[in-house]
Write a protein that binds this ligand. Structure first.
Ligand code: ARG
Length: 575
């Protein structure tokens, strides 16, 4: 498809030889008021170059542009040239492209198969997969799909939090108060209760903290009993996490988390020392980055144990050596901004010139209506409960609307989970937000179910229009020749323009690492389609007209299902 702005820029470049094409293209505007055309060109700047009144230049250019086939109308209004694209041509180009590419519409090859790592989710073992983790999981999954759609080879990593001093605490707590059956029945909730108890008891008896530290050191040295318990906590936790990933339809290429690097850190500790990046400080080792405003990072404690950032240094280099990434993207909360800034700076000081290919994609905090979440105090909402509750609620709504519908369970799962994911991706990711059951389960307005419903409406029109049982029986050749003169109304044209822009929108979302760009765009498409649907009869007596309008419904169906797919949401054919 044409990039209209560029195309117009090149035509203008031929007309106005006194300026260079790129400069001219940059001057082409999209007027905020559609009455002033699809594109406009202001002539003030040219007036200085050509030493001629801007309104005279505008009428001159307008006259020359009128001969170009891509416009329906070109007018000069004062110093502006207003251009109206030929509506039929645009619709034709769009429908042809969607017919040719199908579910690949919107894809491109700008990534040229360069390897990109997207790290997301990364929950902590033996701690709940709570509503706070949904953000990383869902944003990361969408970014993976978006980057893959524009041609990158994406490697999906779940950097599990399966290591660290908290495992010393967990093991101590389990030995003191634990019970095997309880853990097996309900691993995370049980382990969490031990962890909470540990913190309560250690306030009264601080020696517990020392015991936990000693236990973690044993784990670091690979002692059998500690390792066995740790492995068991990890296995049981993963079973629970995988239940959630299955519900969300999310998979990973690697689950190499923090523990994977436990035997890979020595090399870097040595390297940090040799390159004088690190310095001893009261028995510990630190990297001082005060000079660049990044504070001090602790690399090893005075008992020799390593830290979160030590493992991240090893992980970054391991990933470079294993995947030779073009970009290494971390989808992690904005609370860790300093951590990632320090990580990059340390890699820089070690002389790894790819340090700048590390991209931290931060997102805002989730809080509960009753306050911030706190694992220690046991104030958490479990993601699995949220998803299950949403599916149940959806089931009730669908049953009410359509008591005899088929596949109720499957559709309720797709819509209920889609609703949560969609709302998660609706706002700019950096914004903080408060989790609220009411908002999540409100299925009116600008929500996932609304977009899914519009998609199902398009599918239903196609089934009806071509007498099909299911949309899978649809073959786009049934559309035949399209008479685009029936797609020139304002509502049809507004829809065509939005659909046409989808590939640009996917690129924009990738460039900004911002899935909400797509979320907003498909809401706009759904609204534009529904306006078209309410203003015009689609399956009319006139067969050519019906086919043209069905072709537009077909394009809408394809683009909506593509958009939902890029967000990690299913697009059911019936609702
Ligand atoms: N497990 C960590 C947490 O829940 C997130 C890990 C982020 N990734 C990393 N490479 N540091 O806070």
């Amino acid at each position: 498809m044409k990039d209209y702005k560029k195309y117009i820029g090149s035509i203008l470049g031929d007309i106005v030889s006194d300026m260079n094409v790129n400069e001219i293209t940059a001057m082409v505007e999209v007027p905020s008021d559609e009455k002033m055309g699809d594109f406009a060109f202001p002539c003030f700047k040219l007036a200085r170059v050509l030493r001629k009144a801007p309104n005279l230049i505008a009428s001159d250019i307008a006259e020359k542009l009128s001969n170009e086939g891509i416009f329906e109308k070109v007018e000069a209004v004062n110093a502006y040239v207003n251009m109206f694209i030929d509506r039929g041509q645009l619709a034709n180009e769009l429908i042809k492209e969607v017919r040719d590419t199908g579910s690949d519409f919107g894809n491109s090859d700008v990534g040229q198969h360069k390897p990109v790592i997207v790290e997301y989710s990364a929950p902590n073992i033996a701690k709940p997969f709570h509503i706070g983790h949904i953000r990383s999981t869902v944003i990361g999954n969408a970014l993976y799909k978006i980057m893959a759609a524009i041609g990158y080879d994406v490697i999906r990593i779940n950097h599990l939090g399966d290591y660290g001093t908290q495992f010393g605490k967990m093991i101590v707590a389990y030995r003191k108060w634990g019970n095997k059956e309880d853990v097996e029945r309900e691993p995370i909730k049980t382990l969490l209760s031990y962890y909470t108890r540990f913190h309560q008891e250690s306030e009264k008896d601080p020696s517990l903290e020392d015991e936990a530290r000693a236990t973690f050191t044993k784990l670091e040295h690979g002692e059998e009993d500690e390792t066995r318990l740790w492995q068991w906590f990890r296995d049981e936790s993963l079973k629970e996490f995988n239940r959630v990933y299955d519900m969300l339809g999310i998979t990973f290429d690697s689950y190499n988390g923090e523990s994977f690097y436990s035997d890979k850190m020595a090399r870097f500790i040595k390297e940090l020392e040799e390159k004088k990046v690190m310095e001893p400080s009261m028995g510990a080792n630190i990297v001082n980055m005060e000079d660049v405003g990044l504070g001090v990072a602790l690399i090893t404690k005075n008992d020799g144990s390593t830290l979160y950032i030590t493992r991240d240094i090893a992980a970054a280099v391991y990933r470079k050596e294993t995947y030779d990434f073009y970009k290494n993207i971390y989808v992690v909360a904005s609370q860790q901004n300093l951590h990632f800034a320090q990580l990059k700076e340390i890699l820089n000081r070690l002389g790894y010139e790819w340090y700048d290919d590390i991209v931290h994609v931060p997102f805002g905090l989730v809080s509960l209506e009753e306050g911030t979440m706190s694992t220690r105090e046991g104030r958490v909402v479990f993601l699995e409960d949220v998803l299950t509750k949403s599916v149940e609620k959806t089931k009730e709504i669908i049953k009410e609307k359509n008591p005899n519908g088929e596949n109720l369970d499957e559709i309720a799962a797709q819509v209920g989970i889609g609703a949560i994911v969609f709302q998660e991706l609706s706002n700019n990711r950096i914004k903080d937000y408060t989790f609220s059951w009411d908002k999540v389960l409100n299925f009116d307005g600008e929500t996932g179910p609304y977009v899914q419903y519009t998609h199902a409406r398009c599918a239903s029109l196609i089934r009806k229009g071509f007498n099909l049982e299911t949309i899978k029986d649809f073959d786009e050749s049934m559309l035949g020749e399209i008479s685009t003169e029936y797609l020139k109304s304002d509502s049809a044209y507004a829809l065509v323009k939005l659909l046409y822009n989808m590939p640009q929108v996917v690129l924009e979302a990738a460039g900004k690492y911002e899935p909400s760009v797509i979320t907003r765009h498909i809401i706009n498409i759904a609204q534009a389609f529904n306006r078209f649907y309410h203003e015009e009869k689609i399956i009319t007596e006139n067969e050519a007209e019906a086919r043209a309008k069905l072709a537009l419904a077909f394009a809408t169906e394809k683009v909506l299902s593509k958009g939902l797919d890029l967000l990690g949401i299913k697009a059911p054919e019936r609702m």
